[in-house]
Design a protein around this ligand. Structure first.
Ligand SMILES: *Cc1c(COP(=O)(O)O)cnc(C)c1O
Length: 399
């Protein structure tokens, strides 16, 4: 292939070759631990270090089902190769572990996913690795925080709790000038709306549990990287014993096929609901970079090709019980963490304890909730939220 195909085409066609599986459009699900070799010589050949991650040798190291998903993810992310992990969090922690050693230093965005922070505060210090948290708005000034021991700058844009957009190309430029690797948690946008490697990121991580799986039925993480970092990351993934079962790999690949159409619809629906929320007196602020009023809008519009359907809502001050009255009786919004499935979700969030370099306060000082807008008709979602605001006002003692 001479020119890179469009992401829609890659989503549809990458990941194995039907002619190598009896013409089946989708790969069969291999349930395998032991792999049998016909002869000692074929077994010995499978141990060749140069190809040890590319052959079916032992279930933990992959099967044709997992290889098909890896190939598709690498193509869609525009990376050299991809690796699968049992969760998005395992992808984050394994990448950080692989890229650091005793004495090293990591720069972590202050708005990172809470469990990413817990790893930096819990496990990394036991490995002798220090973390400094930085303001997500830092841009190229990230270089003022570089230490001789800094090995990784970790970005998550926008943050999946409070939705600050980062200037990833500027951060990557500064990091690369200093020989520092840039790792991104790219779960919010998915590869469909943010081509992380093309924006200067060296290692793109997906919690494929979210939009890639897309159906709230699978836990899976992916790491996609460049040729330069592949061997190091792949070795760590294998050494730490990460592996993914065939059924989960199959579900994620099946989800990936429709990522584009789902993301386009998620985006359209979310924008409609977010714009409606902006008109409501019960709302102090909507935190969604696709809105022109959002502080991250200009950078988002420059670097992203769309927005996912996860955003924050700062409510005007009301008692907690009023917020609960609103959320508890919503009919279409489930109450649950996670996102990326076809169904809408609403959940209160408490970001303040997860900040050290910056401060978080919900705009207006009221409760803060996070919405995931699913594939329902947005008019029905708006009606559900409107009834919710009625309950909120009633519980708050208003009209
Ligand atoms: C959910 C999530 C993760 C972790 O993924 P799991 O598959 O739940 O372990 C990591 N980063 C972000 C931004 C997430 O939303």
């Amino acid at each position: 292939m001479t020119t890179r195909q469009s992401i829609d085409t890659l989503l549809t066609h990458s990941g194995g070759n039907p002619s190598e599986r009896h013409g089946a459009v989708n790969p069969p699900v291999y349930h395998a631990s032991t792999i049998l070799f016909p002869t000692v010589a074929t077994y010995e050949r499978s141990r060749n270090p140069a190809t040890r991650f590319d052959v079916v040798r032992y279930g933990q190291l992959g099967t044709p089902t997992t290889f098909a998903l890896e190939e598709a993810i690498a193509a869609v992310e525009g990376g050299y190769r991809a690796m699968l992990l049992p969760s998005g969090l395992a992808a984050v922690t394994t990448a950080l572990d692989a890229l650091t050693q005793h004495g090293d230093h990591v720069l972590m965005v202050d708005t990172a996913y809470a469990s990413t922070r817990k790893f930096c505060d819990g496990t990394l210090p036991r490995r002798g690795v220090r973390t400094t948290y930085y303001d997500p708005s830092i841009g190229a000034d990230i270089r003022t925080l570089f230490q001789p021991e800094t090995r990784v700058v970790f970005v998550e844009s926008p943050g999946s709790m409070t939705f600050e957009v980062q200037d990833v190309p500027a951060i990557a430029g500064a990091a690369h000038d200093a020989g520092i690797v840039v790792v991104m948690d790219n779960t919010w946008a998915s590869p469909y709306f943010f081509p992380a490697l093309a924006r200067g990121v060296d290692v793109s991580i997906q919690a494929a549990t979210k939009y890639i799986g897309g159906h709230s039925d699978v836990m899976l993480g992916t790491i996609t990287t460049t040729e330069a970092l592949y061997e190091r990351l792949r070795s760590a993934v294998a050494e730490l014993g990460n592996c993914v079962g065939g059924d989960d790999a199959y579900l994620a690949l099946r989800g990936l096929r429709t990522l584009g159409v789902r993301m386009d619809r998620h985006y359209r629906n979310a924008l409609e609901v977010a714009q409606w929320l902006c008109t409501r007196p019960e709302v102090a602020r909507v935190h969604y970079p696709a809105l022109a009023s959002d502080p991250g809008h200009a950078v988002w519009a420059r670097d992203f090709t769309g927005a996912s359907s996860l955003f924050g809502v700062s409510l005007a001050p009301v008692p907690k019980a009023a917020m609960e009255a609103m959320l508890d009786a919503l009919e279409l919004f489930g109450k649950g963490v996670s996102f990326g499935g076809f169904e809408s979700l609403a959940i209160p969030m408490h970001p303040a304890p997860y900040r050290t370099a910056t401060q978080w306060q919900s705009a207006g000082g009221g409760p803060y909730i996070r919405l995931h807008i699913g594939l329902e008709d947005p008019a029905d979602l708006v009606a559900d939220l409107e009834r919710g605001f009625g309950r909120l006002r009633a519980a708050a003692g208003g009209s």
